[in-house]
Design a protein around this ligand. Structure first.
Ligand code: G4P
Length: 235
């Protein structure tokens, strides 16, 4: 019998959700399978996000996908939890010590994911001051999406050479935010284990740029096309 049979409905998608023990038992079985990171058969957690984007995502002008009803304004934390579980499965065994994100929208997602990893979250602050002296790592992030330039800072107290860092953010478009965060981790002498992205706009160059650098990028939904009321994903 399917162990999900007698479980309550999942409020996120109206489907029955397996609790962690079942989830991990199932995932362990699947990890025996010879596939990249075991992800192809892995319970399709990623499909949850794709389905939600199809249902509630709004396509706006300029290749912007609005997901503020569940991801970056009103926040569906049950969906966040499934996303966190998926990253925890993908990065299992990587001995991650810190999760790094950038304010504002990455923070909620990173915090819920951090519960799965059992590590602290640091969020890079978009400082208003350009001249920052003292005990911070700082880098400049130029956002083509928002059309602005931010000096981004992280206190030196919270990142050091001993750290193995997972960077998490809601969107990957041109990659400016990710490149800035990677720069900060490198300034600390720490290691970037990978990037966990909720939505990658794969038709923009950020993902390719990061992967060409040898960075491991795990995007839960990869949008290949936006337009004419149609959203297409890369499987
Ligand atoms: P960029 O170089 O074009 O800025 O791309 P990048 O991958 O660095 O994306 C960074 C910012 O752009 C992120 O915001 C991300 O949320 C936002 N963004 C990019 N494309 C989209 C989109 O299609 N829809 C939405 N809703 N946001 C998008 P951020 O710097 O993390 O700031 P915040 O928005 O979280 O405050």
């Amino acid at each position: 019998m399917d162990p999900a049979e007698d479980l309550p409905q999942n409020k996120v998608f109206g489907k029955k959700r397996l609790p962690s023990a079942h989830l991990f038992a199932k995932i362990e079985q699947q990890d025996q399978a010879p596939c990249q990171h075991g992800r192809e058969e892995a319970f399709s957690s990623m499909k949850l996000l794709e389905e939600r984007i199809r249902k509630d995502g709004i396509i706006e002008q300029g290749d912007v996908l609005k997901v503020d009803s569940f991801l970056n304004h009103q926040m569906d934390v049950e969906l966040y939890r499934e996303m966190g579980r998926e990253w925890a499965r993908l990065f299992a065994g990587e001995k991650i010590t810190k999760i790094l994100t950038i304010e504002a929208s990455g923070i909620g997602i990173a915090c819920v994911a951090a519960l799965e990893f059992g590590v602290p979250v640091i969020f890079a602050k978009k400082s208003k001051t350009k001249n920052i002296a003292g005990e911070v790592y700082s880098t400049v992030v130029t956002s083509f999406t928002h059309g602005n330039v931010n000096t981004v800072i992280v206190s030196k107290k919270f990142l050091g050479p001993e750290d193995r860092v997972l960077i998490i953010d809601d969107f990957l478009a041109n990659g400016a935010a990710m490149l800035g965060l990677i720069d900060i981790v490198h300034q600390a002498g720490a290691e970037v284990v990978g990037c966990g992205i909720a939505i990658e706009k794969a038709f923009q160059p950020g993902g390719a740029r990061l992967r060409e650098m040898g960075m491991r990028v795990e995007s839960l939904a990869r949008v290949s096309k936006l337009g004419d009321g149609v959203i297409e994903f890369i499987d």
